[in-house]
Design a protein around this ligand. Sequence first.
Ligand code: BG6
Ligand code: MG
Length: 217
Amino acid sequence: MKKGFIFDLDGVIVDTAKYHYLAWKKLANELGFEFTKEQNELFKGVSRKRCLEILLDIGKREATKKEFDTWMISKNEDYLKYIENMDESEILPDVPKILEYLKENNIPIALGSASKNAQPILEKVGLLSYFDTIVDGNNVTKAKPDSEVFLLAAKQLGVNSNDCVVFEDAVAGVEAANAANMISIGIGDENVLSEAQFNFADFTEISIDFIKDLIEN
Ligand code: BG6
Ligand code: MG
C-alpha cells in the first residue's frame, strides 16, 4: 500500500508562530488591549479570519466589515515583514533529515497548511522542492479542524486517505487528521496534543526506524 506523508507548516517545519504572535500583538496593542503568549496558543492551526474573530473577542471589540478587512490586511502586512528575511536557519531541527529520507525512498510528500503564506515560506527556507504538492489556505474553504486540507492533499498525492501520515503541532490539526482517518503525529506538548496517535516533542525525537515502520506497516 502506497503511503503519503503530510506536513503542517507553522510550528512543524518552521517556528513561525512567534511571528504570527508579534503581528497579532501589534494589532491588539494598536486597538488598545493586550494579547499574551498564552492566548496565542488558541491561534495555532486556525485561519487568519478566525484568529481575528478570536482576537476581537479577547479585546471585547466590535468591528464593521470594513474595519475587519483592514485589520486582516494590516496584520498580514506586519507578518510579511517579520518573515521577509527568513532563511534555512529557521527550519526546525531534523526536519530536513526526515524529508530527505522520504524523498530518497520515493514517498509522496504534501504540505497541508492553513496559511496563505505557505509557499513563499517554503521557498525562503529552501524546502519547496521536497513537496510533491501543496495544499494551503488558498486552496480550502473549510479550516482545520475540518479535514478538507488533508483529504485534498491525499487526493493530490494519489494516495488513499487512510494511508496518510500527518505531522501537526495544533489541536485543530490533529483533530482534522483523525477525522480523515489518517495517522496523526503530534509535534509539541503531548498533554496539549493528547488526541494524536503518536507524540514527539520535536523531530529530533523521531528515528528513521519509526518512519520506516510507518511506511511499511
Ligand atoms: C496556521 C497558523 O498555519 O496558519 C495560524 O498556525 C495562522 O496561526 C494560519 O493563523 C493562517 O496563516 P496566514 O499566514 O494565512 O495568516
Ligand atoms: Mg501548525
